[in-house]
Design a protein around this ligand. Structure first.
Ligand code: 8YV
Length: 313
């Protein structure tokens, strides 16, 4: 019988994904995160890492795994993986693009409507028996408003498509203008923020976008503007955001991602002009199954000597 293939997980993975891994490989569940002796014993045999979009796979970890061949990310974002370090060793990196575009775009629009129309607050208003005392204060219309997209990639375009149906005017910023796009390009997040009512962040995380949305961009968004973040917490200066929300520098925010997940600053949670969700952009049965198939399929393809299904660019 062939020697089993040793796989290290770099996140608490979704149970069906774990089940699939256990069925095909010898799985070492986050052994590197606590049990130094156990990790030292298995590290020389590890040939694959299975992680999530939030997983950290730094150069130091890669260096400890002499037989590592492939890193499969269950997620589209792979900012936690040191791809350069992997490339130097000829280690492949895969992610799960496309299958979650609809889901994340749905949540972005959902958060925008939720924060503008104050849906969570309205729900509480009913539950707390306040309705008989009078109507809720009026909210803000989203249809027809101006939308700015920070990062016009696959998900950014899916958000734009939905926004078109809401009659929104769409502009974007990204590293480079996309001449093929029908939407208006602005050269920076700050310039874009100044022109829109809703600023949606859907750009990859990592060093290149760290705190791209800073105090200046928030000031440009202005007192009637809303920030929606479905990308990575690292893209927004969270301290500046809290201050902007507290001072009325911006009108509100819908946030699915945070700087130090799963910890959300108490100051943010205390605010009434925010809607908070716990990084659930891709979290439906349908999409997680599709992501699992792709993430697992990449490992299977690699060890069968077949082309990877979705290597990172
Ligand atoms: C996570 C995500 O990967 O795709 C991404 O980049 O952020 C998410 O889909 C998912 O939460 C699994 O941890």
């Amino acid at each position: 019988m062939a020697e089993p293939i040793d796989v290290l997980t770099a996140a608490r993975l979704w149970p069906p994904m774990m089940e699939a891994l256990h069925g095909a490989f010898r799985v070492h569940d986050r052994t590197h995160q606590g049990d130094a002796a156990a990790f030292a014993a298995v590290a020389p045999r590890i040939r694959a890492i299975s992680g999530s979009g939030e997983s950290k796979v730094p150069r130091e970890l890669i260096a400890q795994l002499p037989k590592l061949e492939v890193i499969s990310v269950f997620g589209v974002g792979y900012d936690g993986v040191d791809v350069a370090a992997a490339r130097e060793r000829g280690i492949s990196v895969t992610n799960t693009p496309d299958v979650l575009n609809d889901e994340v775009a749905d949540l972005a629009i959902g958060l925008a409507i939720a924060v503008a129309r104050r849906i969570p607050q309205a729900d509480r208003y009913v539950r707390e028996g306040k309705w008989p005392g009078g109507p809720m204060p009026l909210a803000r219309k989203m249809s027809g408003a101006r939308l700015g997209i920070v990062g016009l990639g696959r998900i950014g375009n899916a958000i734009a498509k939905r926004a078109e149906a809401f009659g929104m005017t769409i502009a974007y910023t990204s590293r480079n203008a996309r001449p093929e796009s029908p939407y208006r390009y602005l050269p920076s997040a700050e310039a874009l923020a100044a022109e829109v009512d809703f600023l949606v962040v859907i750009t990859p995380g990592g060093a290149g976008t760290r705190k791209l949305i800073d105090a200046k961009a928030l000031k440009a968004l202005g007192k009637d503007g809303y920030l929606i973040n479905v990308a990575r917490g690292s893209v927004v200066d969270e301290a500046a955001l809290i201050e902007a929300l507290q001072n009325g520098t911006i009108a509100g925010a819908g946030l699915d991602v945070f700087e130090n997940e799963p910890n959300v600053p108490a100051a943010l949670a205390a605010l009434d002009n925010v809607v908070l969700t716990p990084h659930v952009g891709s979290a439906t049965w349908q999409t997680r199954h599709a992501m699992g198939d792709l993430a697992f399929g990449n490992l299977v393809a690699h060890f069968a000597g077949k082309p990877l299904l979705s290597p990172v660019p």
